[in-house]
Design a protein around this ligand. Sequence first.
Ligand SMILES: *Cc1c(COP(=O)(O)O)cnc(C)c1O
Length: 380
Amino acid sequence: MTKNASTRPIPTRFPEERILMGPGPSPVPQRVLSALAAPTLGHLDPQYLAIMDETCAMLRQVFQTANALTFPVSGTGMAGMECVATNLVERGDEVLVCINGVFGTRMKDVFERCGAVVHVLEATWGEGFTNEQVAAALAIHPHSKVVGIVHAETSTGWHQPLEGLAEIVHGHGALLAVDAVTSLGGHELRVDEWGIDAIYSGTQKCLSCPPGLSPVSFGARALARMDQRKSKPQSWYLDVSMLRKYYTGGGGGGRVYHHTAPINMTYALREALAIVLEEGLAARIARHTAMHQRLRQGLEELGLTYIPSRSLHSLNCIRIPDGVDDAAIRTALLRDYGIEIGAGLGVMAGKAWRIGLMGHGATIRNVDLVLTALRKLLHK
Ligand SMILES: *Cc1c(COP(=O)(O)O)cnc(C)c1O
């Protein structure tokens, strides 16, 4: 006889909480989690559209941009990367990608999948690029239509300066596309002042929201490029010419359904952004700086050293000392202290630990806890 499945309830599963100090996700405040539980609405409900508009307005503040086309792409940070790439290039277009870690490497792959011919400017992992190096690469590849660069290379902890770069890129008739997944909300990032044409981020790093949306912003040059396209972007889902009719109501016909927006994730992002703006961008960035300095001092007192010569504040990439068992320490941190830190990625696997101090996780409590735990575990 078949059993009647409805007679036996299946209990809800709630995982144990962790202290998230890896490369993302970062800890999420209860106010943001509670927002996920608000009533789901239709994607054209005026109440929902008001929340979406507010969310986009707050994103403009956090990106420090007046770009009308600023919205959360449905999907994680990688969806934002694909959205920027697929909309800015057509088959055969030349692109220059700066590679000094995993995410620059991915950017090349993504642009190539969109049909671009990708030239590469490489730097050692843990180092970055000067504006002069980018200028020299553009002189060698003068037909490049886009320059792609990672602001916060999460795989190595390198913090890439961006001031003055757009002038060089624009001087060659190219657009500047920036990966700001691990910097938005934790580091100085001035989209308009720095002349960035297209940028994407993620919700689960310094914004301290669950993963699921990728804030993007496109400036006037990027819009002009998209309007001049002869072919459609290879991705239907990420085609900005259609998405903008929904997110900005642009196109004269009012809001047009494209795909069902992740309604409850938008509520969460709105609350996460409200928390950022309540703290104040400048104060939040200063907190990330102070917590990085506190952690750095403690790690150096333990004899640990940083890999990048210019470190992010949101992500601290340190060398694993000789003779120390990488996996054993990370397992003990998780099991005995509930702390998650990141392993090395790519060529850094087995060689690095990555300690994230992002958003809600960048606190004295977390810094001192991870230092205490590492001190005990390394002395065993
Ligand atoms: C995390 C990250 C991504 C990818 O984001 P997902 O949310 O994992 O898709 C892209 N770029 C950088 C620099 C990142 O740190």
